[in-house]
Design a protein around this ligand. Structure first.
Ligand code: AMP
Length: 440
């Protein structure tokens, strides 16, 4: 279970409204880390020709039913679906690939730029049982590359993924790779799996009985313990690959090996979604416990056509931001830009203090402006809470002389330097930067 994050002072108050179970706030210590993850995505994915696409959070339910598949856990039990006022069934997106494909078709990109490379980021919604690393609203950064079937693209994406993980300093992750076959060999494998499961029916859960009929591949990611035991000795798709899929996989592997990208083959890796073909992969975090998938993806050569588009292939991946944040070192995003405090001692100092703060901010500095009328000690404590490293103090003496006193709050020395209150932005900024010694 998730630890209740409610402050004890609120728990006892019956009027308190808390967040919905599985939905969490992302506080500044975490958003700062997330921003770096976002910036790295723009930087690294940009080198591979990916541009960002913004998508709606709500789509027609049908989009997910058709793309993800009626027999998946997501569509069967995890979607937040509701009827709009006109009766249309809408769903909070559980993932973004279907939305990207819809946009690719609807916007005409499929004709204008059939090999479009797009990345997205944002919240996804699945009504799973909340636990550490698993939430009902979570966030993904993901990419999709359309219109190319050649193994070069698979390899480019995998190299890009490892470069991204390196760039953000992700630790203790490994890349697992598999091929799940295509329209030629997957049906053969499906039948092998069905025959295998049917022979062990008594050991499988009722859900898996249904899966065996409708979509036997689903038994591979059943979470019931007895099913997992059975599945451990199930035939693997890798042994059923047709020549085309085998050659494709070999080519991807050769390119990865050429660039010394570390990965392990995992013949049991099947992705939870129905539309995957050939290349499937996952990034696993060794330190994450039960919810150890940091990200995953693969090829989906039949999806665009299944959503009414041309027969265009696609490949992509999605990283879970909450989990990514757990595998990057604590220092990432820990640093807060140094701030400057402007501390008016007397009420008359408010106007000049406001002007000073505005000009410092115009010069690009982060300024904490405190209210007037408190003691120097109280003001300095407030400046400290704001993590200010330099303070401008405006007391009566300073006002009379038209000069601020500047105090170095880091060295805790009374290094004072008088400065005209109406000094231009550039002069103020230069003074602060010289005191911060290149940190600003
Ligand atoms: P998927 O779309 O299921 O392939 O998920 C891709 C990634 O999203 C996973 O590897 C996780 O990092 C993340 N993810 C999926 N579901 C959740 C969830 N309920 N809570 C947090 N992260 C999730």
């Amino acid at each position: 279970m998730l630890k209740p994050a409610v402050h004890p002072a609120l728990m006892s108050n019956p009027d308190t409204i808390t967040a919905v179970k599985g939905f969490r706030d992302v506080l500044p210590d975490e958003t700062r880390r997330w921003r770096l993850l976002d910036e790295a995505a723009a930087r690294v994915f940009g080198r591979y020709g990916f541009e960002e696409i913004g998508l709606p959070i709500v789509e027609r339910t049908e989009l997910f039913a058709r793309s993800i598949g009626d027999t998946t856990d997501i569509v069967e039990k995890e979607m937040y679906s509701f009827a709009d006022r006109d009766g249309t069934s809408l769903t909070l997106r559980p993932e973004a690939t279907a939305g990207v494909v819809r946009a690719y078709l609807e916007s005409g990109l499929a004709q204008r730029d059939p090999t479009a490379r797009l990345y997205y980021r944002g919240p996804m919604f699945r009504r799973e049982r909340p636990q550490r690393g698993r939430y009902r609203q979570f966030h993904q950064i993901g990419v999709e590359a359309f219109g190319r079937e050649d193994p070069l693209v698979d390899a480019e994406l995998l190299v890009m993924l490892t470069r991204y993980l390196d760039d953000v300093g992700a630790r203790d992750t490994r890349l697992e790779l598999n091929s799940v076959g295509d329209a030629v060999c997957r049906p053969v494998y499906r039948e092998r799996l069905r025959a295998f499961g049917t022979a062990r029916l008594a050991e499988l859960c009722p859900d898996c009985h249904r899966r065996l009929e409708r979509n036997p591949l689903r038994i591979l990611d059943c979470k019931v313990e007895s099913c997992r035991r059975v599945v451990a000795s199930a035939p693997v798709v890798l042994d059923s690959l047709c020549d085309g899929c085998r050659a494709h996989l070999d080519a991807v592997r050769a390119l990865l090996e050429q660039e010394s990208v570390p990965y392990t083959m995992n013949p049991r890796l099947v992705r939870g979604l129905d539309y995957y073909t050939r290349t499937a992969f996952e990034v696993v975090g060794a330190t994450l416990g039960a919810q150890n998938a940091v990200g995953g993806g693969g090829r989906y050569d039949g999806l665009v056509a299944a959503l009414g588009g041309p027969d265009v292939s696609g490949i992509g991946f999605a990283l879970g931001v909450e989990r990514l944040a757990m595998v990057v070192p604590a220092e990432v995003g820990a640093e807060i830009p140094p701030a400057v405090a402007v501390l008016p001692l007397a009420p008359e100092a408010v106007g000049p203090a406001f002007g000073l703060a505005t000009r410092l901010r115009d010069a690009g500095l982060s300024v904490a402006l405190e209210p007037a009328g408190r003691s120097v000690k109280a003001l300095l404590r407030a400046a400290d809470r704001r993590r200010a490293r330099v303070a401008f103090i405006l007391g009566e003496d300073e006002l009379r002389a038209g000069r601020a006193t500047i105090r170095d709050l880091v060295r805790h020395e009374d290094r004072r330097q008088a400065l005209a209150l109406d000094a231009p932005s550039a002069v103020l900024a230069e003074t602060v930067r010289s005191m911060l010694g290149g940190d600003a």
